[in-house]
Design a protein around this ligand. Structure first.
Ligand code: UTP
Length: 290
């Protein structure tokens, strides 16, 4: 079973400036919960017990968010606000380890920072700006495949041709049931050079030998140590699998994706949906008649 989960959160979040100038992108809220909390809850629901967050400059708020908040809890307790108290205490019993990535040298480098904590086991990696709708079976399915095959498994999504330049794109053999044996990956190719339309999304189950590769890997595209390059080397040595996800994922690190996620999650929120739906319908009617 997979007990450890790594959350790289040291990126600069340039697509969301100016909001991310002094605040972490991972703390942007979807309705009322920060992005990183969705990912942490997803990992916990799959049985991951040791959670490792890779942080960087301007990321303090992440540590504070998962810490106890004595003054707030005390006030809520005295005022008898039990539900709010439960909400703020929900994750405070979890043990987090924080590792600082000194400079944003790339996702591959961020993952390498977790090596001393991972201790030779397979582990999950969750990118919190890729939000998977709560209750999805993606991560449990990936863990099952990784455990059965004793191999690395990465999540894939079928993307539009015009979007392939935003993703790592795989070339692979269809093994049925959404599973692909990966022959190679290309980081952000031009549509004409893309070997498929299957793009890598932010969920991975990695075997620990990825660290040996990352340790000696030279910077790739954009001058960053690319996880894609390391996976390519791994796939040439032993089987690496992709699992095609057909559920809903939001790229909340991008302004449009963030807005889409906010609207859809608000519409699913029992306390908000009726009022919000009414507002949206009114807005659409006004737009259509103007
Ligand atoms: P992204 O490229 O999506 O995030 O990296 P970013 O760099 O923060 O955002 P933009 O592209 O500038 O808007 C994917 C994930 O890898 C982490 C990011 O925090 C994000 O979760 N990352 C990236 C690191 O932890 N360290 C890095 O050096 C680069």
């Amino acid at each position: 079973m997979i007990k450890k989960a790594v959350f790289p959160a040291a990126g600069l979040g340039t697509r969301f400036l100016p909001a991310t100038k002094a605040s972490p992108k991972e703390m942007l809220p979807l309705v009322d919960k920060p992005l990183i909390q969705y990912a942490v809850e997803e990992a916990r629901d799959c049985g991951c017990e040791e959670l490792i967050i890779i942080t960087g400059k301007q990321k303090r708020a992440i540590e504070d968010h998962f810490d106890s908040a004595f003054e707030l809890e005390d006030v809520l307790m005295k005022k008898g606000k039990k539900e709010l108290l439960e909400m703020v205490r929900k994750l405070s019993h979890i043990n987090f380890a924080y590792i600082r990535q000194r400079a944003p040298l790339g996702l591959g480098h961020a993952i390498l920072c977790a090596k001393p904590f991972v201790n030779g086991e397979s582990f999950a990696v969750l990118l919190s700006d890729d939000v998977i709708a709560p209750g999805s079976t993606l991560l449990p399915e990936m863990i099952k495949i990784a455990t059965e095959k004793g191999a690395t498994v990465i999540a894939l999504e079928m993307v539009e041709e015009s979007e392939v330049e935003k993703y790592g794109i795989i070339e692979g053999d269809d093994e049925g049931g959404g599973l692909y044996r990966i022959r190679g990956l290309v980081e952000k190719p031009k549509p004409k050079d893309a070997p498929s339309r299957m793009g890598v999304i932010g969920r991975y189950i990695l075997t620990p030998d990825i660290f040996d590769i990352l340790e000696t890997l030279a910077p790739g595209k954009g001058g960053e140590v690319q996880l894609t390059d390391a996976l390519n080397i791994l796939a040439a040595r032993r089987p690496v699998y992709g699992y095609l996800f057909e559920g809903k994922r939001y790229d909340a690190g991008d302004k449009l994706g963030f807005l889409e996620a906010t609207v859809e999650l608000a519409l699913k929120d029992s306390a908000l949906s009726a009022g919000f739906r009414k507002f949206l319908v009114g807005l659409m009617n006004n737009e259509l008649s103007s």
